[in-house]
Design a protein around this ligand. Structure first.
Ligand SMILES: Cc1ncc(COP(=O)(O)O)c(C=O)c1O
Length: 289
């Protein structure tokens, strides 16, 4: 696999980053995960806009000009040809003597690599996945896509140890998001997701899904979701660039709705798939599984 580091393209195994990199020492950096389908980037502008926003929020000067980001992503994809891919892109404040305050001179470290997108196994998406709930113990700026992910890692590990794929986080009695996903619920056919604020990441998949549902009978309402609403939901979905739109059919060991992926999820997934380049379909239509 060919990766990118500070202007060079080279095999991932030969990429070396200093132990004094502030990403390593402090988690002082931000990142993006940008999907591509059959070699075509999906929502690259939205991901790059969110990257610029994250950089500005943590006061790292944007190390590349607008078009240069896109050119780098395209080049990296062409050097790693194949199926569906997600580009992991990380920018840190760079290499400097270890001191908490910003270094006076340090060039940002820019690193990117490409991973296959593992679409959920069709059976898994057909069965749905399990999730658990946990208290949201993260900081107050979860709208920034920071590499500092220790609470998310611990939450996801706790989910894995309980046989679940995601932890849905609760703060002050309300759903924020998953450890690495946004959350939607459906009740009586009405689709709802928490509104954007500094407690959640403005997910690109979340936004695409809201857009594709906007002009349908399933238009999504952006309103806080209380814990009781989560537990009473007919359907719960998780969204992310690599998971796409995953139905949660067990929450804390109890069935969600009738315990099967719901009809609204199926409609929403079809709408989401049609928005993607080449309309790749992760799932066969109902009845043809
Ligand atoms: C905490 C968190 N929320 C939401 C998301 C979903 O964001 P996106 O749809 O842009 O991948 C992610 C993605 O990794 C995430 O880490």
């Amino acid at each position: 696999m060919i990766a990118f580091l500070n202007g060079d393209y080279r095999p991932l195994e030969s990429v070396c980053i200093s132990p004094l990199d502030r990403g390593f020492l402090f988690g002082d950096g931000v990142y993006e995960v940008i999907p591509s389908y059959r070699g075509v980037l999906f929502e690259a502008d939205a991901h790059l806009e969110r990257l610029r926003r994250s950089l500005a929020a943590v006061r790292i000067a944007d190390p590349l000009e607008g078009a240069a980001w896109r050119a780098m992503l395209e080049r990296l994809l062409s050097l790693n040809p194949g199926g569906d891919r997600a580009i992991y892109l990380q920018v840190t404040r760079g290499v400097a003597a270890r001191e908490h305050a910003f270094p006076e001179t340090a060039a940002a470290t820019v690193f990117a690599m490409v991973n296959p997108i593992r679409s959920p196994e069709p059976e898994l998406a057909e069965r749905g996945v399990a999730a658990i709930t946990l208290p949201d113990q993260r900081w107050g700026r979860c709208d920034i896509k920071a590499v500092t992910l220790l609470p998310n890692v611990l939450a996801r590990q706790q989910a894995a140890e309980q046989g679940a794929v995601e932890a849905i986080l609760l703060r002050n009695g309300q759903v924020t998001e998953g450890a690495a996903s946004n959350v939607f619920v459906v009740r009586d056919g009405r689709v709802q997701t928490p509104p954007l604020n500094d407690a959640i990441l403005p997910g690109i998949t979340r936004r695409v899904l809201i857009d594709v549902l906007r002009d349908t009978a399933r238009a999504c309402v952006e309103q806080p979701i209380g814990e009781d609403q989560l537990r009473a939901a007919d359907e719960i979905w998780l969204t992310s660039s690599t998971k796409e739109l995953l139905p949660v059919t067990r929450l804390d060991g109890r069935a969600v709705g009738d315990g099967c992926p719901g009809p609204v999820w199926r409609e929403a997934l079809a709408a989401y798939q049609s928005a993607k380049p080449a309309g790749r379909s992760a799932l066969p239509p109902e009845g043809e599984a």
